[in-house]
Design a protein around this ligand. Sequence first.
Ligand code: ZN
Length: 156
Amino acid sequence: MSAELDELYQSIILDHNRRPRNFRVMDDASAHAEGKNPLCGDQLTIWLKLDGDVISDVSFQGSGCAISKASASLMTAAIKGKSRSEAEAIFTKFHGVVTGAHPEDAASMGSLKALSGVSRFPLRVKCASLAWHAMHAALGQDEGGTAAAAAPVSTE
Ligand code: ZN
């Protein structure tokens, strides 16, 4: 990776960490799930509002390292307005990129590409995937139609 590209990616992560998008509690959510990454101390909650099959709104709150927060912020921007299956497909692709299994997919990921560098740091992969696992859990929770919260997701 070139130094310029590294810098661009850094600035996207810093920007989303400093000014996270969709960073709020959602009172009328259809589903929510908590995620914890004990290894780093990251902790966040994801809220989803579903309008039929479409994720009409998504938000998060929590605390953690810059990677976990930036990834959650980027995740909310990436899946808002998408269908369940589209959101799951983005998650699968993102996971393949950050784990280093499918680095070739990074090119088509827009801003999410900024997190592709974590594949070189196994501990950071958990930080980057935390919000996504929680989103996945929240989606599964709504499917059952229960009002109870999904079981907390842990990266351990
Ligand atoms: Zn972290």
